[in-house]
Each structure stands twice: as C-alpha cells, then as structure tokens.
Design a protein around this ligand. Structure first.
Ligand code: ATP
Length: 580
C-alpha cells in the first residue's frame, strides 16, 4: 500500500469538521485498504507506531526536522527556518516546500506504508552517538520520496503533532461501519477497551468479521482500560440507587495499578504507562503471593508508615519519579490494596459479576504484609453506609466506593457508570468533588504577573465527539513557583493555532495541544455564553465553572482523554437543578 493513500485520507479528515463525515471517510478508506496495511494505518491515524501502551520515543526536535526538509526540498536551511517561524509547524513547512513525490532523483523508490513504518521505526530506535544525525538522514530519505501531503504527515508524526481530529472513538466506529454495521460499534469498543490495541481490533474485524471481535479476550501483558465510578451527593442516595444493597469498600488515596502477573509481573498505570520500575517491591511480592500461574488484578498502591498506617497521597507520589527509584523504594514503603480480579489462568473474569470476581481475588493470594484486599462490607441501608464511611475516614482514606452486586455488575472496561459510585469527604463541603481539566491556552498576566502566564484556559473532554470544550479561565490557586514553572511544563505542547480538537470561543495569548491535566475546584456550574462544554446538549451556550481554583495538584497520572468529561459536568449541573 502506498503511504500517499493514507496521507490523502488524513488530509480529507483534517479538512472535515463533522464526526459523521469523518467516520464515513475513514470507513471508506478501511474498506478499500490493503488488509496488510490496516493495522499500521490505524496506529498512524493516532500518530503512533504501536499500541498505546507501548512507550513511543519518536520525539524529533523541530530544528532537526527542518534540516531534513532543507535537504529534501533542496532549499537553504535559513529559508526553511524562516518559513517555520511563520508557520510554526514543520509539517506545514514540509507541505509547502517539498514538491517531490518520488520524481526528484534517480535513486527514489515508491514510498510504501511498509517503508514508512520501518523508517520511522529506525528513527525511534536510533540511540547513542550520532543518533540525531542518523534520525535526520533517515527522515530525509523518506521525505525525498514523498509528495506534499505525505511530507506534512511524516513531519507531524515525528514531532508528535499528529492530530487529524479523528480520535479513538471515531476510528472504532468507522471500523464497525466498514466491516460490519453501525450496531457493531459497542462490540468493537469493548474489544478495544480490553486490549488497548486499536490496530489488533482492526486486523481482527477485517479478517474474521464481528464474530472474531466478539471472541477477543483479555490477556496477560496487554493492559485493559480501567473501569471508573460515577458520583452521587449522599450515602443515602447511593444505597437507594444500588437497589438497597451493595458492597462498600474504602476509597484509598494512592496510585491505581493494574498488575499483569505471569512468569514476570508488569504493572500499568491508568494511563497505560509501565509502573513496574516504580513499584519493584510490589511486583515481586505479587508474584510470590499469587497462587495462580497467570492473573490480572487491580488495586491501589498507598504509602504506609512503619506500623502499616496509611500516609497521605503526596507520600506515594515519590514513587512516580523517573530517577532515584532505589532510594524511594526504601524511603517510602507502600502497600497494595487489591479490589478486582480481571483474569485468572485462562479465564476472562471481566464478564463475571463482582461477587464472583471478588471471590476469585480472595482465593488467589496467600498471606502477605505488602499486598492484600481492600476493606469491604456489604451494606443494606444508609445508616450502615454512613458508619462504614466514618471508619474509612478514620483509617485515613478519602471516602468509600460503593459497588453493585447485581448480576449485571461485570467489569466495564474503559467506562464510567453507576455500577461503581464514589463518595468522598469533599462532597460534604461546598461544590462536591473536583474537576480534572486540560490546559488548552494561556493568558499573559498583569501587574505582578506581567510577562508571565497569569491565567489558563481549561477544557473538559467531550468523549463522544473526541473534542476538548472550554469550561473556565483559571487564574486562582497558583503560587509563584507554579507560575514560574509553567512555561517549562507547557513546553512541547505549544501550538501556533487553536488545536484541531479544541472547541473554544475565547482567544488566549497562547494555545496548547491538550496534554497537561490540572485539578480544579469551583463554586458553581452555570450556563455560559462563552464556554463550549455540553453546548450540543444544551442547544445554545455551554457550561462554565464559576470561581474556579487550582488545587495545587497536577494530575500527571491522567492523560487529557481521562479528564472530567463534558457529560459529567452536564450531569452535575442537572443534579443541582440546572445551577439553581
Ligand atoms: P478521583 O480524582 O476521585 O480519584 P478519578 O477520576 O481519578 O477520581 P474515579 O472513578 O472518580 O477516578 O475514582 C476511582 C479511583 O479511585 C480509581 O481509579 C482508583 O484509583 C481509586 N480507588 C481507591 N480505592 C478504590 C476501590 N476500593 N475500588 C476502586 N477504585 C478505588
């Protein structure tokens, strides 16, 4: 398959705003594509070479890419750089300067998808002495045989700017439409949520149809998208919503870990990062204490003191660092509180109701002082729930998690629903709960903050549309050191224009591609003429947060797609009687 077929499709997607049209364009492409290129096409549509749980290290600096462009376009470097200063993105520069398409030299070869993947793979693997030079030359060899559209996307992929506006949900919908029917979308989504590998799902549906997709199962080594909880404002409402009976567990304030236990143990974060180097002691103990050959379990890692008492969240964050881990392992002991079991020795437990999964978990581990189960109680009325909540707080937890025990209480990978409902101490105060929002823009400050960023434009994620919608301008809760560090924190996410997947009416001084997530509190949710969250459901203005305040917590455990969603904010707004 020629890379140009894919690049032209990306071009069409980029020029389209509507989700339906994007789905149709992609479905068309998938139907006509050479099946052997389908998997890679799907990865590239997300700017990736591998499934998302595989760390990707392409990240070429803009100036290095400009050197490749200069060679491929046979233009002086200065001219290329001037163009870049004007356009801001090496992809746009490449598109305007590279007119080739394989006809430029005697040595050119057709730019197939296979060549692109292996070339990008070599760029990713290049390390050590001269690696920058080798990356630059490798990219030049690809650009030399590329036309304008192909050049544009090659440069965007290597600089981490590949955003054609078609998020995961659009791609999955298009796969369902291309190889089965619109109705098959739920099955396709589930397959993706239990494998985190869109390319594998694409290949499976193309070769074996929807039946093969339905037969896909969880397996040790490929992480599963985590199940998340809804919220309700009181324990009484939670017990009622659960039908008068549910399990209640402590809600531990630590780091969520999904452990894949085989011969070796691998730990994943909820963002699918590899946390094994951060918790080697937990990994070792899980293997030792686990009675099964293979298992996938989930739990929360919490820092504990010498007597086993739980310590605040800030303590366990020492284990999220990249360096000095040996010392952190020694200085900050942790305990893992397991709350779910998703797989055991060939059996996919995600399709089983919670009581069966909990029983499996209880039977799968021998005694250990480092890994154990969450505290849990079956609750049958609000008073018992309140008592359990107080015990949880006394044990220094942040609240409780109520979980359905009904036959439908399966593990819903990747979804937030009322099978799990959280209740936290903060809910007893002011506006319940916090919002995790993506930074999409910044405004320069005034007075004391002149010359620095003084406020940020924050957005929630619209999961259905795959877009980020603004909800507030955030200027409170920052201390000087945070503001001083902002430019370096946002470096690498700057965008010359409003990013393709951001819906905003405000015009900040700087735009950012959604990447950094901050925790924010607010006094109220209200209708807003300027913010865009949930505007499609409200048929007019959107929802905004009043008196937003940064809590001081950067949610580096969350990717932008795991932000609070526009639908959640709408739900909270309606719960409060439409802002009244
Ligand atoms: P929060 O900011 O409240 O942690 P969140 O968006 O990160 O919210 P939620 O779905 O609201 O995630 O809460 C679920 C999180 O609570 C889980 O991801 C997990 O990290 C943590 N947790 C703590 N104890 C439990 C438990 N017993 N069962 C499930 N999750 C738990």
């Amino acid at each position: 398959m020629l890379f140009s077929e894919l690049a032209n499709t990306f071009d069409r997607l980029e020029r389209t705003g509507g989700r339906l049209e994007m789905t149709a364009i992609l479905a068309d492409f998938f139907r006509g594509a050479d099946p052997s290129g389908l998997r890679d096409s799907v990865y590239l549509s997300q700017g990736r070479l591998h499934p998302e749980y595989f760390p990707q290290e392409l990240g070429m600096a803009d100036k290095l890419v400009l050197r490749s462009i200069s060679m491929a376009a046979a233009k002086p470097y200065d001219e290329v750089e001037r163009e870049w200063v004007r356009a801001g993105d090496p992809g746009t520069v490449a598109e305007s300067l590279i007119k080739g398409g394989g006809q430029t030299t005697l040595f050119s070869e057709p730019l197939t998808l296979g060549r692109v993947m292996s070339g990008l793979g070599e760029i990713e693997m290049a390390e050590g002495k001269d690696s920058q030079d080798r990356k630059m030359k490798k990219l030049f060899l690809l650009l030399r045989d590329a036309g304008p559209a192909e050049s544009k996307y090659l440069c965007r992929i290597v600089t981490g700017r590949m955003r054609v506006g078609a998020g995961a949900m659009t791609v999955l919908e298009a796969l369902a439409e291309a190889f089965s029917s619109k109705e098959a979308r739920a099955d396709v989504e589930r397959a993706y949520n239990i494998t985190c590998d869109m390319g594998l799902v694409a290949e499976t549906i193309a070769s074996g149809g929807i039946e093969a997709v339905r037969a896909m199962r969880v397996s040790v080594g490929s992480p599963i998208k985590v199940m998340l909880a809804e919220r309700l404002p009181s324990v009484g409402q939670i017990v009622e919503r659960m039908g008068g009976r549910c399990a209640m567990e402590y809600k531990y304030d630590g780091i969520r870990v999904q452990a894949h236990i085989g011969r070796e143990v691998k730990l994943y974060s909820r963002r699918l990062e590899d946390l094994t180097p951060n918790f080697p002691d937990v990994a070792e103990e899980l293997r030792r204490a686990c009675l099964a050959k293979e298992a996938i379990v989930e739990g929360e890692c919490v820092a504990v003191d010498g007597s086993g008492a739980m310590l605040p969240f800030q303590t366990v964050t020492h284990r999220r660092k990249k360096h000095g881990m040996d010392k952190a392992v020694e200085d900050y002991p942790v305990r893992m509180f397991m709350f779910d079991m998703l797989y055991r020795d060939g059996e996919d437990l995600t399709v089983r109701p919670l009581p069966e999964r909990r029983a499996a978990l209880e039977g799968a581990f021998g005694p250990s002082d480092k890994v154990g189960l969450t505290s849990m109680e079956i609750v049958e009325d609000a008073a018992a729930g309140e008592r359990f909540f107080s015990t949880a707080l006394a044990a220094r937890c942040e609240g409780v998690m109520a979980k359905s025990l009904k036959p439908e209480s399966v593990y819903r990978a990747g979804s937030r629903g009322f099978l799990w409902i959280k209740y936290k101490k903060d809910y007893e105060e002011a506006l319940s709960d916090t919002f995790d929002l993506a930074v999409v823009g910044a405004f320069y400050g005034m007075g004391k903050r002149a010359g620095k960023y003084g406020a940020l434009l924050m957005a929630a994620y619209d999961h259905e549309a795959g877009r980020y919608c603004t909800v507030c301008k955030l200027g409170t809760g920052f201390d000087d050191s945070f503001l001083d560090g902002l430019p370096s924190m946002m470096e690498g996410h700057a965008s010359r224009e409003k990013p393709h997947d951001v819906d905003a009416q405000m015009e900040p001084d700087a735009w950012f591609v959604p990447a950094v997530v901050l925790e924010v509190t607010a006094a109220e949710i209200s209708l807003s003429p300027i913010h865009t969250a949930a505007s499609s459901s409200l048929g007019g203005g959107g929802l905004g947060l009043r008196f937003p305040r940064f809590t001081g917590r950067v949610r580096d455990d969350k990717g932008p797609e795991q932000c609070t969603t526009a639908a959640e904010i709408l739900e909270m707004y309606e719960e409060r009687g439409g802002g009244a």
